[in-house]
Design a protein around this ligand. Structure first.
Ligand code: RNT
Ligand code: ZN
Length: 432
């Protein structure tokens, strides 16, 4: 069968009766292992995922931008048709993606997505009024709204240094920007509940770094100036990185730096899955961190060689993070967010694939008969523990996933792809 034929057929006939009977059988199978599929589906769909806006336009932003702005160690590669060019296009694209993603959503903006009516506004002068359309839109859709200072793609970040810059005037500019962003997040929080304000900076050096200490000392001071005053309704987090493109030798905001900063200052930490050594497990960081630092913001992403931002898949890493979130009992301390950008595929599909993969991971974790495995571990039955781990691959996960999609009123199987292709032909292909 040709792909197009499959898509047409799939779209026409999501076989409801077959799905209901597979789900019934699956529910019984899981119940034998003391897993309640109804509760798992309900919880998996209720965990909000804060979806990043920057997949829509390859991290370009909406500013009237001066020349000479640095990319901040980020690089989107590919030239697939249909990148969004305006706030309105980003909103339409995300509405389309959201129709195909099961479960609760939030939206996550960067400061460079301010809408200033064509008039340049300094990043240190941004206010909630420049995001009014975004907030109204989120409110209408029932989504929370999170925020990020944009400490890159700007002439004052052109040397790859922002909050750590040796020049006080440059540091002060970025401090003012971050303070402005926290106030904007507070305005979002007042309207929509609460808002996460996550600080990431690219600061580092490409090669032969001599002074590793000075930038970190300055970063402590700058962050203290930014975070000195707690703002009600704002959840502050800081995000580390191993290295950025063009900044391979040294990153001031390393993992140790931010983890200890967060612990000593009582702010939250962000773990981005693409920001560690390839064999380092983000899943393992959850239980090690939660006694000391809360909340943990997770940027779900997929590192592939030098790129930290491939579209997440239902991979071992995503499953491990979700398993840990559930088994550790730390779900209430975890904030779920996505962070990836691929310009080589349909960008709406990128969102749908990445967020659905995470949602699958959540459901898969909630369906694990982990209490039986934990009992085996406690009693020293290492053989049974391994057997139970292996059993997961034999359980009818797909039937429960299809059921969850139906509960959330979004297409299961591949039929979301038919929707994305229709949107591509009708909307995206017409953008130049
Ligand atoms: C960069 C960080 C950061 C960015 C966004 C655009 O490596 O992950 O979260 O991706 O702020
Ligand atoms: Zn990130």
């Amino acid at each position: 069968m040709k792909l197009q034929g499959l898509l047409d057929k799939n779209k026409a006939s999501v076989n409801k009766r077959a799905m209901a009977s597979s789900y019934k059988a699956a529910r019984e199978r899981f119940a034998e292992l003391e897993v309640d599929t109804e509760a798992a589906v309900e919880t998996a769909l209720a965990l909000p995922v804060s979806v990043h806006c920057w997949q829509a336009d390859d991290v370009r932003g909406l500013e009237v931008r001066e020349e000479g702005a640095d990319s901040g160690g980020l690089q989107a590669t590919g030239d697939y048709l249909g990148a969004a060019r305006t706030g309105e296009e980003i909103r339409r694209d995300f509405e389309q993606a959201a129709r195909l993603i099961p479960g609760a959503l939030r939206f996550n903006l960067h400061a460079m997505y301010a809408e200033t009516g064509g008039k340049p506004v300094g990043r240190d002068e941004l206010g909630a009024e420049h995001f009014a359309t975004w907030v109204d839109w989120c409110e209408q859709n029932g989504w929370g709204l999170d925020f990020n200072p944009t400490c890159f793609a700007h002439p004052l970040a052109a040397e790859g240094l922002t909050l750590t810059h040796p020049k006080k005037a440059v540091r002060d500019f970025w401090i003012q920007h971050c303070l402005a962003c926290r106030k904007i997040a507070q305005a979002f929080g007042r309207r929509l509940g609460r808002s996460v304000c996550n600080i990431w900076i690219p600061d580092g050096y490409k090669d032969a770094t001599v002074d590793r200490t000075g930038p970190r000392r300055r970063l402590v001071k700058s962050l203290d100036a930014v975070l000195e005053k707690r703002l009600p309704r704002v959840v502050d987090t800081v995000e580390s990185k191993l290295f950025g493109i063009g900044l391979e030798d040294y990153t001031a905001g390393s993992h140790e730096f931010y983890l200890l900063y967060a612990a000593s200052r009582g702010v939250g930490i962000c773990f981005d899955m693409g920001h560690y050594h390839p064999t380092e497990s983000v899943a393992d960081k959850i239980s090690a961190t939660v006694p000391f630092v809360q909340p943990i913001l997770l940027h779900i992403s997929r590192g592939v060689r030098w790129d930290s931002d491939h579209v997440p898949r239902f991979s071992d890493e995503v499953r491990a993070v979700c398993d840990e979130a559930v088994r550790s009992g730390a779900l209430k301390h975890i904030l779920w967010a996505t962070d990836f950008f691929d310009a080589s595929i349909n960008r709406v599909a990128a969102w749908v694939l990445g967020v659905r993969a995470l949602r699958k991971g959540m459901l898969y974790a909630l369906l694990e008969p982990w209490k039986l495995a934990a009992e085996a571990e406690r009693t020293g039955d290492t053989t049974a523990k391994l057997a139970l781990a292996e059993l997961r691959a034999e359980l009818p996960f797909a039937a429960v996933w299809d059921y969850a999609c139906a509960q959330a009123d979004v297409p299961g199987g591949l039929s979301w792809l038919a929707e994305v292709k229709r949107y591509e032909a009708e909307v995206l292909a017409k953008r130049s």
